[in-house]
Design a protein around this ligand. Structure first.
Ligand SMILES: [Zn+2]
Length: 406
């Protein structure tokens, strides 16, 4: 018997392990059936991806499917009036735009905030029985392959998805197989149970889920996830939920990353940060913060495709005006986008977070507080600027000169 299937999205706490539960990756319980052979012929390798990306043929490109987590108007984490399922669409659309600036990429996205991309609406409608069959085969593979993996249980237990949601995820994998997708990127904001949807929780930071090593798409996904993780973790904290502290996490049960070899493509699921973080809650900085996450993801993918390993906190980070401030920051009442830009510059300079604090203590938030003022003071001391405090022009002129490229 399948466990679950009827549990709605949202936050559930189970047993004494409540804190280990993050919110919402759909997974479905194992079924016990005879094992079946596994075909991995179509699995996309790192070499395949580099070859597609570098091909001079106009038809061969790196084909990337962006999957904003959850569904139009359904599921995902919520904090106050903030819905994960909507914010991840914004990240997805920004990421699509960045990727489309590179003619070596061909980019698809599954949905917007209101509806599925018609391609997927039609695909689900016309192939539902085949999707059900694909789920069954994938489940059999999952059981058959379990003994080959060192990671047989998910490190973080995920909420289970209603059956139709799970099937649509299998449907996306099946569509991706049939349409020669090389890479799928599932976008999420995290949450965990046992805190109110009105009070910010205690965890923060980034985690990327990849298929467990018994699945054929593990090596390729891992290589891509490392490149993206390297970029994102320069500017963002790594999750301090104990089970996510490795940052990149093998998972044997997530449908999104291709449970049971259901996906030929590499597939990773990015939990960018927890949904209640200030940069998502504050509408005056949210768009910039989401765009920044998309941009860093794009840079990580570019690093992978171009085999760039020379990644540092300043390396080619600022070809856009994302981080230019319009006016000197004078304190907590300054424009949050300007505060965000200032924090970015201070991050690049190595002053933020200030000594003794972590990125989890001092998020890249657009909120001015003790982290930002301490970092600003460090910058001033380092550069011999005295007597001007917050909002001083000498400080901002120097920071602008070094970091606020346009
Ligand atoms: Zn999610």
């Amino acid at each position: 018997m399948r466990r679950i299937l009827f549990i709605l999205f949202g936050i559930i706490a189970l047993g004494g392990l409540g804190y280990l539960y993050n919110h919402s990756h759909p997974s479905v319980g194992k079924i016990n059936t005879a094992s079946v052979a596994t075909s991995t012929d179509g699995t996309v390798s790192v070499a395949d991806l580099h070859s597609d990306y570098n091909s001079s043929s106009s038809t061969e490109k790196a084909r990337i499917l962006i999957v904003p987590g959850h569904e139009p108007n359904y599921g995902g984490a919520q904090f106050g009036s903030i819905y994960e399922r909507n914010l991840v669409v914004e990240i997805g659309q920004d990421l699509q735009q960045y990727l489309q600036t590179n003619s070596n990429d061909q980019v698809f996205i599954t949905r917007d905030t209101q509806s599925w991309n018609p391609t997927f609406t039609d695909y689900f409608k016309n192939n539902w029985n085949a999707i059900i069959a694909w789920e069954k085969i994938s489940r059999q593979n999952e059981s058959a392959l379990a003994s080959l993996g060192t990671q047989t249980a998910p490190p973080v237990n995920h909420n289970s998805a209603p059956i139709n949601v799970a099937l649509r995820l299998f449907g996306i994998n099946k569509w991706a197989n049939e349409n020669s997708i090389d890479l799928m990127i599932h976008l999420h904001l995290n949450d965990y149970p046992s805190h109110s949807s009105k009070v910010a929780g205690k965890y923060s930071g980034l985690a990327i889920y990849i298929p467990a090593q018994q699945y054929a798409n593990n090596p390729t996904t891992k290589a891509i996830a490392y490149a993206v993780f390297k970029r994102l973790s320069l500017y963002n904290p790594i999750s301090n939920l104990p089970a996510e502290s490795a940052g990149i996490i093998d998972d044997p049960e997530l449908i999104a990353v291709g449970v049971g070899n259901s996906a030929d493509a590499a597939s990773m699921l990015i939990e960018y940060d927890y949904v209640y973080q200030p940069q998502f809650v504050n509408p005056k900085v949210r768009n910039l913060a989401l765009k920044d996450l998309a941009y860093q993801t794009y840079l990580g993918l570019e690093d992978f495709f171009t085999k760039n390993t020379n990644v540092s906190i300043t390396f080619s980070y600022n070809p856009t005006s994302l981080y230019a401030w319009k006016a000197p920051v004078t304190g907590k009442n300054s424009n949050p986008e300007d505060i965000y830009a200032l924090q970015t510059a201070l991050l690049m300079d190595g002053d933020y977070p200030p000594k003794g604090k972590s990125k989890n203590d001092c998020p890249h938030s657009g909120t001015f507080g003790s982290c930002t003022s301490a970092a600003l003071l460090t910058f001033q001391n380092k550069n011999g600027i005295t007597g001007e405090g917050v909002g001083g022009l000498k400080t901002f002129n120097l920071l602008s000169k070094i970091y606020a490229q346009n």
